[in-house]
Write a protein that binds this ligand. Structure first.
Ligand code: 2P0
Length: 345
């Protein structure tokens, strides 16, 4: 028997993936850029075991036995086994690709609440399967077939997922573009506005957006393409204020196309908007003080929870402001409500 345990962190997109050009292969309509967070706080953990004596594949998620019929898990498993079958192994391991697998996965943060749980989960699953079946090479295109955003969690730091041009998805891969400490001493504050499951899952939501939103056509053909290039330049030049402005703009545009969807996908709540408004006031103050390198930025995924990137010099101040404006319910510990975590792995 062979057993491997891996952990994979969540990633937060600063230029968002929203919309596919191929539903089955999970090929996106636009490139996206993300920040992979530290493993310490929010991560998925997966243990996989393979053995010639196992009689079937089995899967547990957060302690509950799940069906392995999920086509996305199957696609990842099939692709890893296909790659493993092409490798030469010694002696008794020759048919390792045909051994059944037992998979045990867990997240240490709310699942399906718009906190990138599927990204960490599939990145972790695919990496662990790759290790246990002895598959080498780029695994981002396999993780992508589990969940699009998962391909970005295969790498640390700032990562770009290239949409690719090929119909078979072979060039739709994630690549690291800058190390985790590229913007040194950066902190990430996650404001959990609501830890419940979102009403419209990302997969369904983005499909409806592509089918119904005319604003989405503008996003794809004009704005997100130029924003990707501006973001690459801001990252290359370590231009933090521009990085902040572009991150905020892209989050707002993604939520605008969600609202332009029919029926609308409403992810942000009044509290989410109030958090955004507070941060805009904070940035206005930093501009007046001529301290633009102390600006902060927010981004919202397909849920109401805010991800805030803040330079360490102001992170505590921002956290204190947030706690003052949005005091946690008395029964809830502050640590569970707003978390300040490092962006470095
Ligand atoms: C992102 N999100 O770039 C965007 C921003 C949510 C909002 O990627 O259908 O769970 O599995 O490919 O990867 C969430 O979408 O969707 C997502 P599928 P996924 O992070």
């Amino acid at each position: 028997m062979k057993t491997v345990t891996c952990t994979a962190p969540v990633n937060i997109a600063v230029i968002k993936y929203w919309g596919k050009r191929d539903e089955k292969l999970i090929l996106p309509l636009n490139d996206s850029i993300s920040f992979t967070l530290s493993q310490d706080e929010m991560c998925a953990k997966t243990t996989v075991s393979i053995s010639p004596t196992f009689t079937e594949d089995k899967f547990w998620l957060n302690g509950k036995k799940e069906s392995l019929e999920n086509p996305r898990v199957q696609n990842c498993l099939k692709e890893i086994r296909r790659r493993a079958s092409k490798r030469k192994f010694e002696g008794s391991d020759e048919n390792v690709w045909s051994w059944h697998v037992h998979i045990c996965s867990e997240n240490n943060f709310p699942t399906a609440a718009g906190l990138a749980s599927s990204a960490a989960g599939y990145a972790c699953l695919v990496y662990a399967l790759g290790q246990v079946y002895g598959v080498e090479g780029d695994l981002s295109s396999v993780a992508r077939q589990g969940s699009g955003s998962a391909c970005r969690s295969i790498h640390g730091g700032l990562v770009r997922w290239y949409k690719g041009e090929a119909d078979d998805g072979s060039d739709s891969v994630a690549r690291p573009i800058a190390p985790p400490d590229h913007f040194p001493n950066l902190r990430v504050i996650i404001c959990v506005v609501n830890a419940g499951q979102k009403k419209t899952g990302s997969t369904v939501g983005m499909k409806q957006t592509v089918a119904t939103s005319s604003l989405m056509q503008h996003r794809i053909s004009v704005s997100v393409t130029s924003r990707i290039e501006s973001m690459m330049k801001a990252i290359k030049e370590k231009d933090w204020p521009t990085f902040c402005d572009l991150t905020i703009a892209d989050s707002n545009e993604m939520h605008a196309v969600c609202l332009d969807t029919f029926p609308p996908c409403v992810y942000m709540t009044d509290t989410s908007h109030a958090v955004a408004s507070l941060l805009h006031k904070y940035n206005d103050l930093k501009t007046i003080e001529s301290n633009i390198n102390h600006k902060v930025c927010y981004t919202f995924d397909a849920g109401p929870n805010a991800c805030i990137f803040a330079p360490e010099a102001v992170a505590e101040e921002v956290l204190a402001l947030l706690l003052q404006a949005f005091p946690p319910p008395p029964a809830q510990a502050t640590d569970d409500y707003v978390k300040g975590i490092p962006s470095q792995p």
